[in-house]
Design a protein around this ligand. Structure first.
Ligand code: NAP
Length: 525
């Protein structure tokens, strides 16, 4: 595919109206061809109006037809995975092989959402049949199903440029729900964004859908994102990135005359608690295993296990030494953007200013864009006294916390803000402390991991990638896994309707053979 650098608005390729940009190779500092178009408020208006025009027909596509479209996107994404990976290696400095895997997994996510659409359970079809004889008053027929919200804006993330970007899980789940999507591409990977965007644009055309089902925009700064969040026809927004950026967009959307949901996924340190018996039995294994996971994607992962907490005692030295040894052998690797690399240096410095001691460092950076792996240590008392130590350092750094005993472990667990995940390493002898810890973690996180690690994350029906603020702006939902579709639907009840006017999923004969709740019982009849 020859990159043109154009914006994609419906079926059109649209040239720049607000200047151009080039991608930066963060490994070499060189700019890469071609020039990419930047747009502004008029492109936003054009894309959102098209999405709104597409909404009525797209949200009413049959489940089989919509599922076939998602499968088509998956096939097309897989077909371009080599060129996508090659472009991403240039735009991120990360290995191409990693992105081929990410493309394959993301194609799998589109296919899983196709299955979700065919199954139709997300519609939550529910029927309370009429009870004309009911005393003291008859009941008329009530039927409920979930319907799509409307045009959705997706802010692509910088750190997983396929799975959380243009053709990522947010786009897949919104399209599965029946919502047209306008993506605000991340400027860190414009070439990959174009490849992914054109894959979806082609699939829309081949599937015979309204062109407004998908658009891809890019802009010179905050203005384009702000115009998208402000646009009166936009019905929901998803965002993965910084807490500052996410909250700015969230607050903006709440100030609209008609506030809309903004599902932000922002920050998490994914604390890992090693209880005394597990520490004594497996200290070294846990220390090494955690650092290996933490270094994945040069530490630029929302699920990075960034804080490792253990009670000083048998096994602590082994845990510490094994973690330090893994850090020391880590090569300095290119980070996603110069901005992210600079933020990493500043935030590591913040740990030191907060009283953390540097106990191990990886190989020295060779290039300006490299991030050096770092291991810090603090006491439980310091962690409790200094909130900055409990905040994310986005990059290859890990903080080890030396606790005085199980009471301090519980006190520290209570001090964390909302998290995407928390992990517990425990043996049978740790049962009492584990029992105390679990309700505390449950209240603060969306996923609790037992004797394993928070990375990798499974994308499946039981996945939760969410959690209380500031992990996300709405802990009731997940942004990863099949449940992510629930962000984009709302319930509508049809009362006293003639059968022929009802949506197909609610008709008496159940022509789609969906699982439905009829008079409180789950049935396929
Ligand atoms: P970001 O700065 O939050 O930007 C994410 C996207 O949102 C970009 O497209 C950005 O557009 C847009 N945006 C941000 N603030 C905006 C605003 N006020 N108005 C309109 N649009 C806005 O995130 P990033 O560039 O990916 O990385 C920066 C930092 O975010 C990292 O160093 C890291 O700390 C954090 N981060 C965390 C995670 C995580 O999963 N925990 C993931 C990624 C990043 P522009 O680029 O055009 O401004």
């Amino acid at each position: 595919m020859t990159l043109t650098g154009d914006l994609l608005i419906g079926a059109s390729r649209v040239p720049a109206t607000a200047g151009t940009m080039k991608a930066l190779n963060p490994a070499t500092g060189e700019l890469i061809e071609p020039e990419f178009a930047l747009g502004g408020a008029s492109e936003v208006d054009r894309a959102v109006r098209l999405a709104d025009e597409a909404f009525d027909s797209y949200s009413h596509t049959g489940l089989v037809e919509r599922a076939a479209f998602l499968d088509l996107v998956a096939d097309k994404l897989e077909a371009v995975k080599e060129e996508l990976a090659a472009r991403l290696a240039l735009e991120t400095g990360l290995p191409a092989a990693q992105f081929e895997g990410e493309a394959t997994r993301t194609a799998g996510v589109f296919r899983k959402f196709a299955t979700v659409v065919r199954q139709g359970r997300f519609l939550q079809a529910t029927i309370d049949p009429a009870q004309p004889e009911r005393q003291p008053a008859p009941r008329v027929d009530h039927r409920l199903q979930k319907v799509a919200l409307g045009p959705v804006v997706v802010f692509g993330a910088s750190n997983f440029p396929i799975s959380y970007s243009v053709a990522g899980g947010d786009t897949a789940s919104a399209l599965a729900a029946g919502c047209p999507v306008i993506v605000k591409a991340h400027n860190a990977h414009p070439g990959a964004s174009e490849i992914e965007g054109r894959v979806i644009q082609e699939a829309v055309a081949e599937a015979g859908l309204h062109e407004g089902v998908f658009s891809l925009l890019r802009g010179p700064g905050n203005e384009i994102g702000e115009a998208l969040v402000d646009h009166p026809l936009v019905r929901a927004v998803t965002f993965t990135g910084s807490e500052v950026g996410g909250m700015a967009l969230y607050r903006r959307a709440q100030k609209r005359p008609d506030p809309i949901p903004v599902f932000t996924e922002m920050t998490s340190v994914n604390p890992t608690f090693v209880l005394p018996a597990a520490l004594a039995a497996r200290g070294a294994e846990i220390g090494a295993g955690l650092v290996q996971r933490a270094m994945y994607n040069v530490g630029q992962a929302c699920l990075k296990p960034a804080v490792l907490l253990a009670v000083d005692g048998p096994g602590f030295g082994e845990l510490r030494d094994a973690a330090a040894a893994e850090i020391e052998k880590a090569a300095a690797r290119t980070m996603l953007t110069p901005g992210i690399r600079d933020a990493y240096t500043r935030n590591a410095q913040r740990l030191e200013s907060g009283g953390a001691s540097r106990i191990a460092a990886g190989q020295e950076p060779a290039g300006a864009g490299d991030g050096q792996s770092l291991l810090y240590e603090v006491s439980g008392e310091q962690l409790l006294a200094e909130p900055a130590l409990r905040e994310e350092v986005f990059g290859p750094a890990v903080l080890l916390v030396r606790l005085t005993g199980p009471d301090q472990l519980i006190e520290v667990a209570r001090a964390f803000r909302g998290q995407l995940s928390a992990t517990l390493h425990a043996e049978a002898a740790d049962r009492a402390t584990a029992g105390q810890l679990l309700p505390i973690l449950e209240r603060r996180t969306g996923r609790i991991v037992f004797n394993a690690f928070s990375i990798p994350q499974e994308v499946s029906y039981a996945s939760t990638h969410g959690g209380p603020f500031p992990a996300t702006s709405d802990s009731r939902f997940t942004s990863v896994g099949m449940g992510a579709i629930e962000r984009f639907v709302r319930p509508v009840t049809y009362q006293n309707f003639p059968d022929e006017l009802l949506p197909e999923p609610l008709r008496e004969a159940n022509p789609l053979h969906l699982w439905r709740v009829v008079d409180g019982e789950l049935t396929q009849h």
